[in-house]
Design a protein around this ligand. Structure first.
Ligand code: AMP
Length: 112
């Protein structure tokens, strides 16, 4: 079981800002922007590389939840970035699929 499953089960504390039947959102412990939130599915999917067609609705739900949170946080007009690091070359460190929602500063492109 990953760290994030333990957060879902409340075995590890986190600053949770949203929960519903399918997902949880909480503040990243090491923020890379003034606002840095993680949106995770309750279903244990290791990474985007493991996502399957039956996860289509769930993946859409994660994206729409991130965009709603961005709206609630008041950063949607100015802009934000949603990132899903996938496996080693992208620097994924926690193998429970998660969306990073980053906002509150200008974000470089191309990303590092
Ligand atoms: P990634 O490198 O894309 O797998 O992202 C994992 C993210 O999880 C990193 O941004 C970490 O800072 C974050 N993280 C690790 N442990 C915790 C925790 N206990 N609570 C909140 N965020 C965490």
């Amino acid at each position: 079981m990953t760290l994030f499953s333990k957060i879902i089960r409340r075995e590890i504390p986190a600053k949770i800002i949203h929960e519903d039947e399918h997902c949880l959102a909480f503040h990243d412990i090491a923020p890379q922007a003034p606002q840095h939130v993680l949106v995770i599915p309750k279903k244990e999917i290791r990474s985007m590389a493991e996502a399957r067609p039956e996860d289509q609705a769930l993946l859409g739900h994660l994206m729409l939840t991130a965009s709603k949170l961005a709206r609630d946080m008041g950063v949607d007009e100015e802009g934000y970035r949603i990132v899903v690091n996938t496996n080693r070359a992208a620097g994924q460190t926690v193998f429970h699929l998660h969306l990073h929602l980053l906002a509150g500063r200008d974000l470089n492109w191309p990303p590092g």
